[in-house]
Design a protein around this ligand. Sequence first.
Ligand code: OOG
Ligand code: MG
Length: 261
Amino acid sequence: MTIEIIKKIADYLVAAEVEKREVVKVSKVFKPDLTVDEAYQAQELLVQKKLDEGHKIIGPKMGLTSKAKWDQMGVSEPIYGYVFDYMLVNNGGVLPFSELIHPKVEAEIAFLIGEDIEGPGITGAQVLAKTQYILPALEIIDSRYENFNFTLPDVIADNASTSRVVFGNALKKPSEFDLELVGATLSINGQLKELGAGAAVLGHPANSIAVLANMLARKGDKIKKGDIILSGAITSAVMLRVGDFVSGKFDGLGEVTFFVG
Ligand code: OOG
Ligand code: MG
């Protein structure tokens, strides 16, 4: 019975993304008492559908890992989702607005993983030891739900609002940085919108990747060598409009830009 509902939720959210339309949240339409475990089961089915269509996973991603995000979204628990190859936008490239519903942008630090990381019990220091490079990123989130309004299970089922990602060109060794102190600014059309530092993400962005490894361990899964992982937004997300020029600057990691076309 429940598995039928979970399948319906995955179909509903895939259709919303493909048809580029916002939908009523699944906790309202299908199951008011949807649990976090059931929501991750729905996410897994959604991810499997994309794999079956031939899309490839770039890596898992973390979300809701900073106070700025908790305050903005009203949900204060870290979650994960998955980034796919079709979601990549070139640095300096164009994000076609017509492909999306109501996109927002956020600045993040990404980790390119050099060795498998298997929880439980993983720490930030262990993550740093197994990270090949860090790179700056702008994530474009696009909740499939009306007005980005959701509960924790809703957003988990919706693959953590994942939609598009722009990675910067800089690949730096994590040992060259104190990631807590890496500052980031997010500007649109030359106007500063948000700013923060790595410490906003669970005290240190590597802690976020450690939490991910420990969450994946619950389902017998792990972070894999070669995964490129977003550690979660440092600041609140900012709404995008056609014509926007978006720039994220990261101390020591350079600039990431795109144009909303
Ligand atoms: C959920 C996705 C959160 C982040 O970095 O916090 C996320 C949302 O805010 O819609 O990607
Ligand atoms: Mg994000």
